[in-house]
Design a protein around this ligand. Structure first.
Ligand code: TXE
Length: 501
């Protein structure tokens, strides 16, 4: 099956090799794809460049682009079960979660359909007669969109929908582990009316086809979601031609619980915060920071409940969470747990693979809680991206000191993507939320997001914003047009030559 979508047609890839896509829940082969070469990636860039420079797309009306995005949403609704099934086979995540993801993706396309014409510019007072002055938005140009494996089509929609809404063309490179829904998307975009060359797809590894996209001079913008190390490389590569760069690089997100919180609810959400999708969520609440006076009871109950969480494959209706994405990723998670134990953490539950022989072929890892952690441990500071909760405590001799200490611990990280605070004291909730150096803060909640609100990280969690109007603005240049409607010579530099001179 051809896997390069360039200039509106499916083509066979060059000799980039082939890859079997395996379901992480049982190792079964769910697809086989041939991958592209650097030359394929550059051919896709050239197609996107031509479509941007010479095609009609950038000049289509906002209304037309909005209609197309709505049609993509319609197709997603019509084919929801097939899209969710593909996503679950590639990622191993529970089907019900993939279905929720598809609903979210529909919402993202509709959101950007609504925003296609938002803030379409403004008139500025030039401060003089006979001049008009205005601000207009224009598409950035050719975008390289590089996406990860944890929410393959959702992360893709956060980039593709605003890129199209703003009138850009793009080359999409999904994670090599989860390409299936990107293939679906290219057909859906074509069916919805996206012209040839506007949307292009290359499959393959980051080094082989991702890196050339970030270096190509014809690319104007790179939007990437993935790991911190890769983000650093992409930023460096993009600097040679000063591309616009948008990065979402994950987090190490604090979940702070004060003793005055509704503890039953806080406890329930503390589990969801970290164990949803086996912890493979950029905003997952992997750091529990709990007030010392409630620590013992709170953690005992967490452990009791975590021990009962059922892991299983995507179509096992009794499963509460799924496998990790790959054998390598599970080894990485295991090495973080080992490092935590070596640094003095106490293993309270999990810390191993499940015994069930039925799960042997999958990359499962049991929900794990490490107690007695301190902010400097590598398992606390670095993103294990697995079902691993670390527990830290805070205390103090006055209410102010409690807050100071909780905030200090929660901000002790190079990341700054998200976090939560649990307390029934409204003033404290507001104070702490404002002091946390993270891009999204939930008060007495964890995980929800809406496409209308911005998403993005402080510090090394990234650059730029996704979703909301700011997400659209990442994909637009802003131009000032000054129109002198009655120019007159000023003769600053000498008089004009007189007649006959
Ligand atoms: O991500 P990579 P990996 C974090 C998480 C995880 C770690 C590594 O901690 O354990 O990252 O995961 C492409 N030029 N997140 O190795 O490598 C790659 O092909 C251009 C957080 O899977 O960052 C894929 O398409 N592209 C996260 C994408 O980058 C390159 C989600 C992501 O892969 C490239 C996933 C290069 N040089 C992992 N190298 C989040 N923020 O949600 C790789 N790629």
């Amino acid at each position: 099956m051809p896997e390069l979508f360039i200039d509106g047609t499916w083509r066979d890839a060059g000799d980039g090799g082939s890859r079997e896509i395996r379901c992480p829940a049982d190792g079964s082969v769910v697809a086989a794809v041939s991958e592209g070469t650097a030359e394929d990636a550059l051919a896709a860039v050239r197609a996107a460049r031509r479509a941007f420079d010479h095609g009609p797309w950038r000049d289509t009306s906002a209304l037309e682009r909005a209609q197309i995005l709505h049609r993509v949403a319609d197709l997603l609704e019509a084919e929801k079960s097939e899209v969710a099934r593909r996503e679950s086979l590639d990622t191993g995540k529970r089907l019900v979660e993939s279905e929720i993801d598809v609903d979210d993706i529909v919402g993202v396309f509709r959101h950007y359909a609504g925003l296609a014409n938002a803030d379409s510019g403004r008139v500025v007072d030039p401060g003089m007669p006979n001049v008009s002055s205005r601000i207009v938005h224009e598409p950035v140009g050719v975008c390289a969109l590089i996406t990860p494996w944890n929410y393959p089509l959702l992360q893709t929609s956060w980039k593709v929908a605003p890129a199209l809404a703003a009138g850009n063309t793009f080359v999409l490179k999904p994670s090599e582990l989860t390409p299936s829904t990107s293939i679906w998307l290219m057909n859906a975009l074509t069916e919805a009316g996206v012209p040839a060359g506007v949307a292009n797809l290359v499959l393959g590894s980051g080094a082989r086809v991702g890196a050339p996209l970030t270096e190509a001079p014809e690319v104007d913008l790179v939007s990437f979601t993935g790991g911190l190390e890769t983000g650093r490389k992409i930023m460096a590569a993009a600097s040679a031609t000063v591309k616009k760069v948008a990065l979402e690089l994950g987090g190490k997100n604090p979940n702070i619980v004060f003793a005055d919180a509704d503890l039953d609810v806080a406890l329930d959400y503390a589990l969801t915060a970290v164990f949803l999708d086996s912890g493979q969520v950029c905003s997952g609440g992997a750091r529990l920071i709990v007030e010392e006076s409630i620590h013992d009871d709170f953690v005992d109950e967490l452990v009791r409940r975590a021990e009962k969480i059922r892991v299983g494959g995507p179509f096992d209706s009794g499963a509460e969470t799924g496998p990790l994405i790959s054998a390598e990723h599970r080894e990485k998670v295991e090495s973080y747990v080992a490092a935590g134990l070596a640094e003095g953490a106490t293993l309270r539950v999990g810390g191993r693979r499940p015994d069930d022989p039925e799960l042997d072929k999958g990359f499962f890892y049991l929900p794990t809680i490490l107690d007695d952690c301190t902010a400097d441990m590598s398992v606390v500071q670095e993103e294990s991206f697995g079902p691993v909760l670390t527990v830290e405590t805070f205390g103090g001799s006055s209410p102010d000191e409690f807050e100071d200490r909780a905030v200090e611990i929660a901000n002790h990280t190079i990341y700054g993507l998200a976090g939560a605070v649990w307390t029934e004291n409204a003033g404290r909730a507001e104070r702490v939320a404002r002091r946390l150096r993270h891009g999204t803060i939930w008060i007495n909640d964890y995980h929800p997001y809406v496409p209308q609100a911005e998403w993005g990280g402080y510090k090394q969690s990234g650059i730029g914003r996704e979703l909301g109007l700011a997400g659209l603005n990442e994909y637009r240049e802003t131009k000032h047009i000054w129109h002198n409607t009655k120019p007159a010579a000023q003769y600053w530099f000498g008089e004009p030559a007189g007649e006959g001179a």
